[in-house]
Design a protein around this ligand. Sequence first.
Ligand code: 26Q
Length: 818
Amino acid sequence: MAKNKKTQKKSAVKKSTIESLKSAFIHNRKYSLAKDDYNATDYDNYKSMAMAIRDRQIDGWIRTQQRYHNENCKRVYYLSLEFLPGRFLANNMLNLGLLSESEKALEELGFDLEDLCEKERDPGLGHGGLGRLAACFLDSMATLGIPATGYGIRYDYGIFRQKIIDGRQVEFPDKWLKLGNPWEFERPEFTLKVRFYGKTRKRGKFRVEWVATNDVLAMAYDTPISGYRNGVVNNLRLWSARSTDEFDLDYFNDADYIRACENKILSENISRVLYPNDSSYQGLELRLKQEYFFTSASIQDMIRRFKLHNDDFKVFPDKVAVQLNDTHPAIAIVELMRILVDEEGMKWEKAWDITVRTFAYTNHTIMPEALEAWSVSLLEKLLPRHLELMYEINVRFLGEIAARYPDEPDRLIRMSLIEENPEKKVRMSYLSIIGSHSVNGVSKFHTALLKSTLFKDFFEMYPERFSAKTNGITQRRWLEKANAPLAGLITGVIGDNWPRHLEEMKKLIPFASDAAFQRKWQAVKKLNKTRFSGYIRKKTGIIVDPASLFDVQVKRIHEYKRQTMFALYLISRYLEIKNGVAKDVVPRTAVISGKAAPSYDMAKLIIRVINGVAGVINKDPDMKDKLKVVFLENYGVSLAEKIFPAADLAEQISTAGREASGTGNMKFMLNGAVTIGTWDGANIEIAEEVGSDNIFIFGLKAHEITALEKAGYNPEEYARRTPVLAEALRLIREGFFSAGDPGAFVPLCDSLMESDPFMVLADFAEYVSVQEKVSQAFQNRRVWTKKSILNTANSGKFSSDRTVSEYAEDIWGIGQRA
Ligand code: 26Q
C-alpha cells in the first residue's frame, strides 16, 4: 500500500514536470524567440527546449556558487586552451535527471528528442584528447562536488569542419556561434584588462612598473556545468577579446583615425580562432597572445575572488589550486609572480613559494616537436616584464642546481630554462616543472617515460613532485547517453549505481558466460551496428553488413598513431581475398575517422590513401560482403558518440612510447569493444584490468623501438621479408589507389621505405598475424561476446571520477566531498 502511494506520487511529479517543460518550451519560443508553430525553424525548436533545460540549471548554479562563496572553500581552476564538451542538451537533461520527462514532453509537443539534439552545434574548441579530457574532468568535478571552474577561450571559430572532396581533406571555417548559443551567459561586468607590449621601469629592489602597453579587454562568457543528479552546478568561464574603448583624440588626419580603428578591430582577433595544429609547435605571435590573454584574465579573476574573503596572500595556496593543462597556459606562473612582486609589493622568495604551492602541471606528450619554447625576442617585445621575471627565475634555479651538483656544469646547460641554440628560447615545460609543486603524466607508462627520459634531470632533483594520473572518461556521456540500449541492459542486471561508481561494472563478470545474458548483449550490439550502418549509408552511400566485424580507428590523423598500418593491413586483406589465399573470410567493415592538421602534409596524404584504398575495395565485386572501408568525415564528439557503441574492435596501434595515454581506447572498452593495440599509454593498464585473454597486444615494446633505432633500422628489409607488404607498398606507389594521379602517394611510400620513423614496417607482420587471431575469435560468437562483456565489466578504473579524485587527493589537497 505504502509503496503504491509512493509510485503514485512519483508519477504525479513526473507528470507535472512534463507539463512544466512543455509550457516552458512554448513560452520560450514565443517570448524569447518571437516564433510560433508556423514560423519556428528546427533550430528555434531546439533552442526553445535548450532554454527550458538551461533554466533548470540556474537555481542550482546560483546555490552552488553562493555556497562556495560562503564557505570560502579551496577552489580548483582548470586552465586549458581547449575544451571539447560536445552537445549540451541531452547531457544536461541526463545530469539533471530530466531525460525521460523531456523526451515525453517533446513527444507530446510533436518532436523527437534525438532529431532536436542533432540541431545543436558541437563547440569544437579543441583538437582531440587533451580538450576532451578537460570536458570529462568538468563533468566529473561537478559530479564529485569539487568547487572547480574551467577557464579557457571562447573562440569564434572552433576546429575546422572537415569535408572529404575527391578523397582529400578540405577545411572549412566552423562558425559555431552563428545561430547563437543558448548555454552561455555573457558577463560584461566581468571584463578585465590584459596588457601587451610596452616597456619596463624599475621601482625599488624587485618591483618594476610595466608601462606604455597596448591593452585588450577580456569579456567573460559563463556556461553552467551540472553534476550528475546532485544539484551541483559549476562554471566554465571562457574569455572573448574586445577592444578597449579609450580613444586617442588627436588624430593627425583621417588615415591615423582609420589606422587607430583598425588596430582596435585587430585586437579582437585574439579570440577569433583555435590554432588547428596539434602536432608541431610553430611559435606564432598570435598563439602566444592567446595564451597570455586568457591566462592573465583568469589569474586576475581568481585574485579578485580570493580577495573577497582573504586579506593575506599567505593563504593563497590554501584557497587556490591551479591545474595547467599542458604548457599552453604556463605563462600563468609568471603572471602570478608579476602580480605578487610588482603589484602587491611582495618579496621574491615569498611570492615564489606561494606560486609553486599554487600551480600543478600535467604533461600530455613526450614528442619533442610538440613541446613549446617561446623565442626570447618575441617575449621581449610582447611581454617584456615576463621575460625579465623568467630570467630571474632561471638565475635562481641555476644557482640551486650549481649548489646541489657543484661538479656537473653540464646539468646547468641541460636544465636551463633558456635553450641557446639555434635561437634563444624559453622552454615552457621546464618553467612549468620549476613553477609547480606537482608534475603528472597521463598514464603510468607515460609517467615512467617522463621520469626516465624527457624530465630525467628534473625527476632527480624533485622526485616528490612527479606522479602518474591515468586519464579517464565520463561514463555518463560515453555510455549512459551515447549507448542507451547497453546502459539499460546493464542497469537491469547490476542496478543503477554505475553512473556514479563505475567500479560496480565488476558485477557483470559473473554474467560474462551466461548464455541468456550473452544473447541480450549481442542483440544490443547488433541494434547499435544496424543503426550505425544506416548512418554510414546516409552519409557515404556505402552499404555495410551489420553482421560483419566493425573494426574502428578514430582519432587525430598522425604518423605516430599509424593509420598507415591499418591501411596497409586492409590492402593485404584485399589482396589475399582477391588471390583466394585469405586464411579467414570473416567479413569486416573498417571505419576510420579523424582530422589532420591543415599544415601536416603527410597526415593529409594518409587520409587520401585511406580514401583511395576505400574507393578500390568498395567497388570491387569480389569484396562484396567480405571487406568494406569507410572514412567518415568531420570526426568530433557527436560523431564519436555514434561510433563507439557500434564498434567490435578498437585499433590502438601507436608506435610504443608515443601515445601518452589515449582516451578513445577507454570509450571503446566501456562500450564493449575489444582492443587490438600496442604496449603503449593506457593500453597497458587496460590490459592489466581486462586480462591478456581479452585484448590483442602485438608489436615492439618501447625499449625495443629505441634499441632498433640505435642499432640502425632498415625498413626495406621488413618489406622484403613480408611479400604481401611489399606488394601493398608497390601498388600504393604505382598509383593503383590513386587513379588519375599516379604519383600522388610516392612521398608516403618513400617515407616508409627510406626511414619509417614510426616503425610501421617493423610491426606489420605481427599485426597481421594478431588480426588473424581476432578473426578467429570473432567467428566464435560466445567467445567474442564474453570478451566484449569482460571489457565493459573491467572498465571501472577508467572513469574520470577516479582520475579527478586522485588529482583532488594528491595534488589539489582537497578531500572527497559528496
Ligand atoms: C601546441 C603549441 C601550439 C599550438 C598547439 C599546440 C598543441 C595543441 C594541442 C599541442 C598538442 C595538443 C593536443 C595534444 C593532445 O591532445 N594530447 C593527447 O592528450 C590526451 C589526454 O591526456 C592523451 O590521452 C593522448 O595520448 C595525447 O596524445
